[in-house]
Design a protein around this ligand. Sequence first.
Ligand code: NAP
Length: 252
Amino acid sequence: MRVLMLGGTTEASALARALVGDVRFDVTVSLAGRTRAPVLPVLPSRIGGFGGIAGLVDYLRRERIEAVLDATHPFAAQMTRHAVVAAEITGIPLLRVDRPAWVVGPGDHWIEVGDMPAAARALGDVPRRVLLTIGQTELAPFCLASWHRYVIRSVDAPQPELVPAQAEVLTARGPFDVAFETALLLGYSIEMLVTKNSGGSATVAKLTAARALGLPVVMIRRPPSQKIAAVRDVAAALEWLAHQAALMPRGV
Ligand code: NAP
């Protein structure tokens, strides 16, 4: 069965590892190409956009794809939307792998906001030392809130013109543990943290560290989910794939 997996997450990498050598599936993993040195999956891969919905539909037909797994990042809403429409047009089964969002707990001090400008506003008028773990492309609202001092942690360094005036850039790729995150927050005297609600375990340690230190966290809510079949973890996605393979007509 020919499968397209839209990847770029730890779940997609885990799925790829689980599917290596499984003769039922011929899987291609697609990456957006957002990072300069991506961790390439252990399965055949392609990198870069398809060219919108029309390009994705062409790709699915040309490559005779029979099932699509959307294991993209929870904030990659456009890719998911395109996959939904392309699946409707082609009739190809689609499953979303959607890791659970983080949930506020006892001892947390979260300020939940809907987007990046609101996150910058939530930092307030008093100058603070702020850790930004939001990637490298959505820094513009923080350039406008230039009275804060920022530490920006991202996989790749942002373009210099996107970096706020008072900022230090740290490049690092998770996973991170609590001791590491605590040392980072203390070492830079961080007073507030800004993050997307990505969910998952690879980058959750910063929230544990912030809770223990009593630091407020500006948490950017996820974009609304699409109304499509979805599972929460790799095991359920593998079950779905096995079910799709079982439904395929057998050759004679
Ligand atoms: P997006 O806004 O949903 O996608 C924008 C375009 O990028 C898509 O329309 C598509 O281009 C292309 N694209 C995205 N994922 C793709 C994939 N797996 N394979 C091929 N093309 C893909 O997503 P984004 O721009 O990548 O990121 C949006 C948000 O998600 C940001 O907040 C970012 O920090 C976060 N995020 C994304 C990733 C990732 O791997 N994509 C990882 C971590 C965080 P075409 O229309 O040309 O097909």
